[in-house]
Structure formats: C-alpha cells, structure tokens
Design a protein around this ligand. Structure first.
Ligand code: PGA
Length: 243
C-alpha cells in the first residue's frame, strides 16, 4: 500500500493585525476563491481575537492559535485555555522560539501546554531549535510526541521584518533536511515541518522536498498576495505528489 503524502502550509500572523487589517486581508484572499488539494493542509494561526472572524469567512480553512494556557479553566486571569478554543481551532503552536525567548517558557511549561492541547483534541505544533531540540523533545512523553507536529525553527532564520533576532535568511536546505530527519526519528510525530523566512520565492525549495512535510511562514503570511502565491505553489506541489 502506498501512503498518501500530506504536506502542510501553516501561516503564523504572530502579534499582528487589527480587526480592520484582518478584514482587508480576508477580502483580498476571498477574491481568489482558492481550492485546496487533497494532499495539502492549509492552516492559519491568527491572534485569538481573529479566530471567530476567520472561521466565519473561510468555513473550510483549518485554524490554529499561537499559544495556549498550561492550565485548565480556572482562576488564571488573562489566560486562554484549550477547552475555551477547541470549538474554534484544531491546532495550536506551542513553544515557539519567540515564546521561549521573550516569555521565558521552559520545557516543562511547554510540555504542560502540549498536554492541555491534546486533552482537548487540539493538535500541538511544537517548535524546537537546533541547539536544544533533544531536551525540548525529551520533555514530552512518547504519546505526546506521536500526536504532535514538530517544527524545526532555528531562531536566526526567523524573518527580520518582525523582530530583532533573525537575519531573514532561511536555514540551508541540507541542514533543514538533516534536522527534520533526526526529529522524525526521535518523535515518530504526525509531521515535521520547517519554519524561518519562508516566502513565495523559496517555498518550493522546502515543500517540494520529500523529507520535509511542510512549512510555517510567519511574516510572509501577513501579506495577502504573498499568502495567495504560497497557497498556489503548495497546491501545485500537492497535486504533483498525488498524480
Ligand atoms: P518568519 O517566522 O517566517 O517571519 O521568519 C517564522 C516563524 O514563525 O517561525
């Protein structure tokens, strides 16, 4: 039996867009009437406040949030729990390098968040980096690893446009392939993807590679024409894979 190849395109808006800006993006993307190939999952991770709007405007679009509380519902002012969003989203990014860096999220906290997500039927997209990926993976139990998507994301490859860490140059393909193969071996995860300065001009390099299950563009997903170009490129690759 030949297993069907599944590719992932996951947009991460990070902390961007007012309601009005989100509406403008939606209007531009809607005009394209994009259809998604069977071998492709397109997931958008906007800030929490835009989830409902996106769900209403694109009923077929898979949605994710960018973080989740390590706790269940209760007296945790300001938190958003997995149970609160489980009707709105199917995925959640956990342990993004920006959260580990700016909000001091430890591997233990990330593991708690992964468990909260899984307990509530959300698929975690767990972000790991080059130097610490083994410890970051080991913090999760075997069951959690198998039921997650992992993202290899070297912080220096994150696009400079939105923050001071990255250089805006994607990691070399050879390194990405090697890291993804190691993470896959260690985790047996649903999928292992790459994130860091992915845009329409380079998406094919990563997505077309049989060793890479998908990509997570951040800043490039904010721009509607750029997002449309990435969806079209990903569709083309998924359609070639299935023919
Ligand atoms: P970027 O972000 O595409 O802006 O580099 C990637 C990420 O969120 O990991």
């Amino acid at each position: 039996m030949v297993l069907a190849v599944m590719k992932y395109l996951i947009g991460n808006w990070k902390a961007n867009k007012t309601e009005e800006e989100a509406q403008t993006w939606i209007k531009q993307v809607k005009r394209e009437n994009l259809r998604i190939e069977e071998g492709l999952k397109v997931i958008l991770c906007p800030p929490f406040i835009h989830l409902n709007l996106l769900r209403q405007e694109f009923p077929g679009l898979l949605l994710g949030c960018q973080d989740i509380s390590p706790y269940a519902d209760g007296a945790y002012t300001g938190e958003i729990t997995a149970r609160m969003v489980r009707g709105l989203t199917q995925y959640v990014i956990v342990g993004h390098s920006e959260r580990r860096r700016y909000f001091h999220e430890s591997a233990v906290v990330v593991a708690q968040k992964v468990l909260q997500a899984l307990d509530n039927g959300l698929t975690p997209i767990v972000s790991v980096d080059r130097d610490n990926w083994r410890q970051q993976v080991i913090a999760l139990d075997e069951e959690a690893r198998k039921n997650s998507i992992f993202m290899y994301e070297p912080p220096e490859a994150i696009s400079q446009q939105l923050g001071p860490i990255g250089k805006g140059t994607p990691a070399p393909l050879k390194e990405v392939k090697r890291m993804i193969a190691s993470i896959r071996d260690e985790t047996q995860a649903i999928a292992v993807i790459y994130g860091g300065s992915v845009k329409a001009a380079n998406i094919g390099r990563f997505l077309d590679d049989p060793g890479i299950d998908g990509v997570l563009p951040g800043s490039a997903s904010l721009n509607a024409p750029e997002w449309i170009r990435m969806v079209i490129a990903a569709n083309r690759i998924a359609s070639n894979n299935s023919s």
